[in-house]
Design a protein around this ligand. Structure first.
Ligand SMILES: Nc1ncnc2c1ncn2[C@@H]1O[C@H](COP(=O)(O)OP(=O)(O)OP(=O)(O)O)[C@@H](O)[C@H]1O
Ligand SMILES: O=C(O)C1=C[C@@H](O)[C@@H](O)[C@H](O)C1
Ligand SMILES: [Mg+2]
Length: 172
């Protein structure tokens, strides 16, 4: 058995990493951890402030380190930030781990996060911006993932069950 997280969730913002991650942690009798939260705690500032003050490349370097530490320390369910897979070093760190890509189509994305002003990436023309973002990222999510679980028209409970099935994990 390799050590490290039981499940690593990747996927775009709003795909359900936090919601499904918490359900999975409960089912597996494990704890949930989120590298976005680790970065905010370590830096003492919001992710949006890190982007504005230091730029995305600096954020991606902080994120790579947060992912490295979490993969080494955490034995439960781990969710990564939506853009973590953009960094080649982060992708390399993920290779030995049970990574699941939570996917969703554009209509589901607009329903879940398109009207939420807290996600300014999608604020102006949600459908076009979503397509552009996913055109740049889809192959990277797929590359790092051991399994892809579609979340469209599935409840969070059904998605959690599909993740357990895909990784052949049993409830605690
Ligand atoms: N399978 C689902 N069906 C319907 N709504 C869902 C589903 N999964 C999550 N949601 C809803 O979509 C929204 C985004 O979910 P969540 O915060 O879990 O996504 P996330 O991947 O953690 O996003 P972020 O990258 O911003 O942290 C929430 O309002 C959540 O309740
Ligand atoms: O999709 C992205 O690039 C991001 C997603 C969030 O989880 C955060 O990691 C940050 O806002 C960047
Ligand atoms: Mg989340």
């Amino acid at each position: 058995m390799s050590s490290g997280p039981l499940v690593v969730l990747v996927g775009p913002m709003g795909s359900g990493k936090s919601t499904v991650g918490a359900l999975l942690a409960e089912r597996l009798g494990a704890s949930y951890r989120d590298t976005d939260a680790d970065i905010v705690a370590a830096e003492g500032r919001a992710i949006s402030d890190i982007f504005i003050e230091d730029g995305e490349p600096h954020f991606r370097a902080l994120e790579r380190e947060a992912v490295r530490v979490a993969l080494a320390e955490h034995t439960g369910v781990l969710a990564l930030g939506g853009g973590a897979i953009l960094d080649e070093g982060t992708r390399a760190l993920l290779a030995p781990h049970p990574v699941v890509y939570l996917s969703m189509d554009v209509e589901e994305a607009v329903k879940r996060v398109g009207l939420n002003t807290a996600r300014p990436l999608l604020a102006v023309n949600p459908r076009r911006q979503w397509r552009e973002l996913m055109d740049a990222r889809r192959h990277l999510y797929t590359e790092v993932a051991r399994a892809v679980v579609a979340t469209d028209e599935r409840t969070p409970e059904e998605v959690a069950q599909a993740v357990l099935d895909a990784l052949e994990l049993k409830d605690a």
